[in-house]
Write a protein that binds this ligand. Structure first.
Ligand code: FAD
Length: 382
């Protein structure tokens, strides 16, 4: 493995790979991405890969809105030899409680102020979009047709190949074990396959970003939290959009080949690195999914898995320098929506690192927002 690099990126998920590409396309040479397993082996390869612009905070909504445009042209932009399978079947966010409906109204006001074309629709209109929806107690729904989903393995593969063509090196099955500072500045990264001298490190380790920050004695305000998902047998296409119910903690989509992918968030999930799959999840997701979408009750489950959300205190990303470690940056805290915002998050971070004009104020993602006392919590996390 090489002994020197201009930039070391730790983590080969969607964030590490997209940041590598955005640096390389701007002419930065000698970049290496270190990944302890294979590319996409973390949250990225375990995610629902939904892409929605229907957020409650302006920050998440802008990143998602602008990333949708990038997903739309990604095959061409990255000259991908396969297909990232970006399908814009829309997102239907259903509401079964007055509190939730009030929150949706506020969220849609934010989205409209940013030009996101979300519609507020009646239960009957929602039924026209998803005919097997449970109308019982449904107050209304919001729908955005340009939301959708993509294939996370292909998106990472597309970034990987484009970055590699631009000269980026990828070292997989290599674990970062330490970071050396001299007079408060980064000088090298230790790995299980040798050390690399560098003055610029980007921590894109998702759920493990806190562990990497501890290597330079910084406590990142972030915790890992297990989220489980499952996939069913494929059936005839019958559901265009992703259906989300915040009240029932459910997201559920039908993939292009007919399988349903779904998950539920568990508010009692402890903060730790556990990624075992559980029976309790199967019962919970079956109950919630068949409440919202009763037709799914006879579907057979093919496989279940779990992955880790990297939760920040306000469910917005952290894109900042690491205090006390000059030359080290962190891009983490994506709180369950890092896949969909990755394309523009990578642009924003790289613009800041290269001291270029940022397309939106990156200060909104700074670490010091947590000490300011006026956090704007994201309300639309499943
Ligand atoms: P990761 O993909 O986790 O990558 C971090 C990488 O760092 C890993 O590959 C890991 O192996 C590597 N690493 C860790 N420690 C070290 C080390 N010491 N040395 C070297 N490498 C190391 N997001 C959406 O936008 N839409 C969704 O529908 C969605 N659904 C989800 C469903 C589930 C079940 C889960 C778990 C997540 C979901 N997410 C979704 C969230 C999304 O997956 C993440 O926000 C996103 O993938 C984060 O990307 P990342 O590159 O930051 O992290």
């Amino acid at each position: 493995m090489q002994k020197n690099a201009n930039v070391v990126i730790i983590g080969g998920g969607i964030i590490g790979c997209s940041v590598a590409y955005e640096l390389a396309i701007r002419g930065v040479k000698d970049i290496v991405v270190i990944e302890k397993n294979y590319l996409s082996s973390g949250a990225t390869g375990r995610c629902g890969a939904g892409v929605r612009q229907q957020w409650g905070t302006e920050t998440n909504a802008i990143l998602a809105r602008d990333s949708v445009k990038r997903f739309e042209g990604m095959n061409e932009e990255l000259e991908y030899d396969k297909d990232i399978e970006f399908k814009q079947g829309g997102y239907l966010m259903v509401s079964y409680t007055p509190e939730e409906w009030n929150q949706y109204k506020k969220n849609v006001a934010v989205q409209h102020s940013l030009g996101i074309p979300t519609k507020m629709i009646t239960p009957q209109e929602a039924l026209e979009i998803v005919p097997h929806l449970n109308l019982n107690g449904l107050i209304g729904a919001t729908f955005c047709q340009s939301d959708g989903h993509a294939n996370p393995f292909h998106v990472v593969d597309a970034y990987y190949k484009a970055a590699k063509r631009l000269g980026v090196k990828f070292e997989t099955y290599t674990t970062v074990t330490g970071i050396t500072l001299e007079k408060g500045k980064v000088t090298s990264v230790q790995t299980t396959r040798g050390d690399i001298n560098t003055s610029l490190v980007i921590n894109a380790c998702g759920y493990a970003a806190g562990t990497i920050c501890k290597m330079v004695d910084f406590d990142l305000p972030l915790y890992p939290q297990r989220h489980q998902a499952l996939v069913t047998e494929p059936v005839e296409p019958c559901q265009g959009p992703m259906v989300i119910s915040l009240h029932y903690r459910l997201y559920c989509q039908q993939t292009p080949h007919g399988s349903f992918i779904m998950g539920v968030g568990d508010p009692n999930e402890p903060k730790d690195f556990n990624i075992n799959s559980s029976w309790e999840f199967l019962e919970d997701v079956a109950r919630q999914a068949t409440t919202v979408l009763p037709l799914l009750k006879n579907l057979r489950v093919v496989r279940q898995w779990s992955g880790l959300y990297d939760m920040s205190p306000d469910a917005n990303p952290i894109l900042d320098k690491v205090p006390g470690a000059e030359g080290m940056w962190v891009a983490a805290g994506f709180s369950g929506h890092g896949f969909m915002v990755a394309p523009q998050t990578a642009v924003l971070l790289v613009q800041k690192i290269l001291e270029q004009e940022c397309f939106m104020p990156i200060e909104r993602f700074s670490l010091n927002r947590f000490s300011g006392g006026n956090l704007v919590l994201e309300s639309a996390v499943v």
